[in-house]
Design a protein around this ligand. Sequence first.
Ligand code: SAM
Length: 216
Amino acid sequence: MSKARWLAERRGDPWHRRAMAEGYPSRAAYKLLYIQQRYGILERGDVVVDIGSWPGGMLKVESEIVGPEGLVVAVDLREPVFRAENVRFLRMDVEDPRATDAILDACGGERCDVLVSDASPKFTGAKDVDAFNQLLLTVRAVEVADVVLAWGGNAVFKAFDCPELPVVEQRLRRSFRAYKRVVTPPTLRKRSSEVYMVCIGKAREGVSEGLRELVV
Ligand SMILES: C[S@@+](CC[C@H](N)C(=O)[O-])C[C@H]1O[C@@H](n2cnc3c(N)ncnc32)[C@H](O)[C@@H]1O
């Protein structure tokens, strides 16, 4: 899709217009708010890791819920538009092997309570290629959660529905107390194959062990 067409589509999108009117940097805020209303994954005082945080719709939701006693570590290749006292930004490629150490450092040496990954690669327009690249990034986010998410912690991973996804879901189902695949209202409007994998209560270590080899 050309940039001009993308901008025109975005201008006509009611979720985008609502986000601009309500002071959210992106419509993604409503995806997280929908998940939060149903599953209450975030609490005041939590330490949150947000992977793929630019421009910052979800980041603003997280920052407001965790409040001044909480912390949000934002990881992206681009600096988010949203800034707040309780947000620390790491300009990083999450695929970088040093990412987990840098994230733990930014969390103050402790594992986080919640990890949210809304990261998406640049889309090529070729459906299969885009789905595969998204799958790789989703698996990477699960690998990061293995290291940085505390026992009992919650996680949300964005993915595209694809034939390999049930393998990842099976792993998440086994590793968390509860698991749910969620399609949020802003996604429904876009008629995309985007889903959010909502995981409650980390109950096992080694969630991602051998997962990459299974799906690639
Ligand atoms: C859909 S946007 C995220 C929207 C954001 N969560 C919000 O609430 O506004 C996807 C983001 O993933 C980021 N991303 C893609 N690949 C990445 C990587 N390897 N490391 C870090 N961030 C990445 C992109 O830079 C982009 O900002």
